[in-house]
Design a protein around this ligand. Structure first.
Ligand code: IPM
Ligand code: MG
Length: 359
């Protein structure tokens, strides 16, 4: 097998700590499994800003394009909150998504049976849920122009962001969602705000057209985003695949993660035609950064997703998923998923336990 190139971007806050645990898994693949993986590292986010004056150095984009996959920790932190938007850590993340044209963000929300009690919702509501949020990631209100804050002649200020989608952008994310659904329960719920926002009426029309033309086996439904937010809490098992815009997907995927008990358990994949990036859906958690208590499992599961979707190593991915299940069965918990009678461990201990379970 040819050598696979992985670019590691630790970023900020707990990103630095959890990517160390990802590195252990990558080393295990090389040492114990003889898999040829070459790991490079580059800067992104606030850490990159401190060192180079920009949250996304050109070198990071160049290396990202050359890699078979990018693994990212997290970006952001209170330290950089007063910076101008153009150089905020988050711009690094948005910038790399755009530069690598990562339009399709897969955010699975699955409940580990061992953690069904960890959700604030009743066990019977969340046990067994298996939802895939397919979030459009490279367009929409995050990127639309005009944007910014300007001062009007009378001294008032005006802030603007613009929701924009073109038919080709909707077409490709709809197809991505339908393709994912074909390998699952063949049900897609498209979430929009077509009763108010023209742009999402176009979204609904295009999604409907693509399904009618090319995906006759898919059961397609539509839901307004406010209702979807409610339905996710009321009866989450009604959902299989949810496809939605960049901002709605940002919000609904955080909501969906809470059904599972902890945002610290959920990985994600951001896919384009040429490139792919994998990251936990949680952020840099400045409140617990540097303390060695962050949950590394979402990061480790992101490695598994990378092996499965980008590197063609499904059996290694299965082994990692199984190892995560084993450590949960052993009763090991980081503080975010701690329950009575379990053993609380830190970031490195959890990573080591997964390694031990891998054998
Ligand atoms: C996410 C995050 C990012 C987003 C931030 C950090 C820019 O919340 O990946 O969900 O809004 O996309
Ligand atoms: Mg988010």
């Amino acid at each position: 097998m040819s050598t696979k190139k992985v670019l590691l971007l630790p970023g900020d806050g707990i990103g630095q700590e959890i990517t160390e645990e990802a590195r252990k898994i990558l080393n295990w693949l090389t040492k114990s499994k003889g898999v040829a993986i070459e790991v490079e590292e580059a800067l992104i986010g606030g850490t990159a800003y401190d060192e180079t004056g920009t949250p996304l150095p050109d070198d990071t984009v160049t290396k990202g394009k050359a890699a078979d996959a990018v693994l990212l920790g997290a970006v952001g932190g209170t330290k950089w909150e007063s910076l101008d938007y153009s150089v905020r850590p988050e711009r690094g993340l948005l910038g790399i998504r755009k530069a690598l044209d990562l339009f399709c963000n897969l955010r699975p929300a699955q409940v580990f049976p061992q953690l069904a009690d960890a959700s604030t919702l009743k066990k019977e509501v969340v046990a067994g849920i298996d939802i895939m949020v397919v979030r459009e990631l490279s367009s929409g209100i995050y990127f639309g122009a005009p944007k910014g804050v300007e001062t009007l002649p009378d001294g008032r200020k005006k802030g603007v962001n613009t929701l924009v989608y073109t038919t080709d952008e909707i077409d490709r994310i709809a197809r991505a969602a339908f393709n994912v659904a074909m390998k699952r329960g063949k049900k897609v719920c498209s979430v929009d705000k077509a009763n108010v926002l023209e742009c999402t009426e176009l979204w609904r029309d295009v999604v409907t057209e693509i399904q009618g033309k090319d995906y006759p086996e898919i059961e397609l439904s539509h839901m307004y985003v406010d209702n979807a937010a409610m339905q996710l809490i009321r009866w989450p098992k009604q959902f299989d695949v949810i496809v939605t815009t960049n901002m709605f997907g940002d919000i609904l995927s955080d909501e969906a993660s809470m059904l599972t008990g902890s945002i610290g358990m959920l990985p994600s994949a951001s896919l384009g035609d040429e490139n792919a990036l994998y990251e936990p859906i949680h952020g840099s958690a400045p409140d617990i950064a540097g303390k060695g208590v962050a949950n590394p499992l979402a990061m480790i599961l992101s490695v598994s997703m990378m092996l499965r979707y980008s590197l063609g190593m499904a059996s290694e991915a299965d082994a990692i998923d199984a190892a995560v299940n084993t450590v949960l069965d052993q009763g090991l918990r980081t503080q975010d998923i701690m329950q009575d009678g379990m053993k609380q461990v830190g970031t490195a201990e959890m990573g080591d336990a997964v390694l031990a379970a891998l054998g």
